[in-house]
Design a protein. Structure first.
Length: 156
């Protein structure tokens, strides 16, 4: 996944299908519960807005972006040194929800509509219950790491 393609999607310079083509296949399974996301970083800082995340939701709701790819996008946003947003805003909650669906919300079309409603303030973001403390051997664990890729030619 190239951060520049995500940025270009946010700016309206890349289509949902171009974003999908770039994101699909970026996450590689390396073990039973281990994953690597291959990401090509960009140089400049970029401010993400609610409207930009709503556009991602719309791409899923229109069938142009598979819902499961939100995990890669969410992780990429969190792992990025370039993408920034208001951490006090519901945006941070939604990005975390996308990045770890196994402990947040499954990435279904119905839940993507909920994400959109939360971002548009049409529904309040729900209070999440605290996870019960369980013995280590009973906890579901997954591990996702970023693998930085060398930059290709073109814009940064």
């Amino acid at each position: 996944m190239r951060e520049t393609v995500l940025r270009d999607f946010f700016l309206g310079h890349a289509t949902p299908l171009e974003l999908t083509a770039d994101v699909v296949g970026s996450t590689k399974k390396t073990g039973p519960l281990s994953f690597i996301v291959e990401i090509e970083d960009m140089d400049d800082e970029f401010l993400v807005t609610r409207e930009m995340l709503v556009a991602i939701c719309d791409a899923v709701l229109s069938g142009k972006l598979p819902p499961l790819e939100l995990a890669t996008i969410g992780f990429s946003l969190l792992a990025s040194e370039s993408f920034v947003w208001d951490a006090e805003d519901v945006m941070g909650d939604v990005i975390h929800d996308w990045s770890c669906p196994e402990i947040n919300y499954p990435l279904t079309v119905d839940n993507v509509q909920r994400f959109k409603n939360w971002l548009l303030k049409q529904e309040p973001y729900p209070v999440k219950p605290q996870l019960a403390s369980r013995p280590k051997h009973e906890r579901p664990i997954s591990r996702t790491e970023k693998k930085s890729l060398p930059r290709r030619g073109g814009r940064a």
